[in-house]
Design a protein around this ligand. Structure first.
Ligand SMILES: [Fe+2]
Length: 294
């Protein structure tokens, strides 16, 4: 099926023109998946999906995550919302647990860097908007990798990075209490290759605020490298900024892009509903990395 779409920026983001019925039919699912890998983020306007429709769209595109265990900032186990639909809100009346660590979403990140197989994609639709701010930004770590010099790509292909919850959350809450920080440190860590060789053939940088340090590198050099790569990957030319309207649906490929929410007013009733598609491949280093002596 040919997908009616327009590019929102040269390197990332496409708007797809489909009706709700066309989307729910599943007839375009293969084309949407291909476009996700090619363009990183997809927006479809005017859909106004309810939760059941959101689930059904998600199921046409992949393996809907239902009831995956997560731990809140206090260590309690969370589940992935109501039959796969998670309500994302700072309002404790909507989601009292999630609101306690949602602040980390304001910084550039990938979801699920603590998992061996990070989620493939996310579907996100607004139910209530903030009065101001609250845009979502997407950055293509496919494009950022592809623009690096070949010799730097070859070097980065050999590196591994450890991802931790404290690395992800501390920059977003510098005034945390020692007790909060101690809880973050109890989360499992995960080491991933810095460069992901995807089955699709594309490669991307595995970057996120959760990236704590490069294995085997001096901490100062590791810090400088991760800062430099993050600055590189979030340049305007790799970023699409989405200004939300009610009825929108955004879908993004979590494996080759970072995302963040932009700040919005305190006490906001902003509420989004989210479905997550389980990952389909572990983070795999480029084959040539295997040939480099340790
Ligand atoms: Fe996220």
């Amino acid at each position: 099926m040919t997908l009616p779409s327009i590019e929102l920026t040269p390197r990332i983001g496409s708007e797809v023109r489909l009706t709700k019925a066309e989307l729910l039919s599943g007839d375009y699912a293969g084309a949407i998946r291909a476009l996700l890998v090619e363009r990183g983020a997809i927006v479809i306007r005017g859909l106004h999906l309810n939760d059941e429709e959101l689930r059904n769209v998600a199921r046409t595109l992949g393996d809907l995550r239902i009831g995956a265990a997560k731990r809140g900032a206090d260590g309690k186990v969370l589940t992935e919302g109501d039959q796969g639909v998670l309500k994302v809100s700072l309002d404790p009346a909507v989601n009292p647990e999630y609101a306690r660590f949602l602040f980390g979403n304001l910084l550039w990140h990938m979801d699920g860097t603590y998992e061996e197989v990070p989620p493939f994609a996310t579907l996100f639709t607004p139910y209530r908007l903030s009065r101001e701010g609250g845009d979502t930004m997407f950055a293509s770590t496919y494009a950022a990798y592809e623009d690096l010099r070949p010799d730097e790509q070859t070097w980065l292909d050999t590196l591994r990075v450890v991802h931790t919850m404290q690395a992800a959350l501390f920059p977003a809450k510098r005034d945390c209490t020692p007790e909060e920080f101690a809880v973050w440190c109890t989360y499992p860590q995960r080491s991933h290759p810095l460069v992901w060789q995807h089955k699709s053939g594309r490669k991307s940088l595995v970057l996120s605020t959760s990236a704590a340090y490069v294995e085997g590198m001096h901490p100062a050099e590791s810090h400088d490298l991760l800062e430099r790569l993050m600055a590189h990957a979030t340049q305007d030319k790799y970023v699409y900024r989405h200004k939300w309207q009610l009825g929108d649906l955004a879908i993004w490929d979590n494996t080759g892009n970072m995302h963040r929410a932009m700040p919005f007013e305190a006490g906001s009733q902003r509420e989004f509903h989210r479905c997550t598609l389980n990952g389909e491949e572990p983070v795999t280093a480029p084959a040539r990395a295997m040939a480099v002596p340790a």
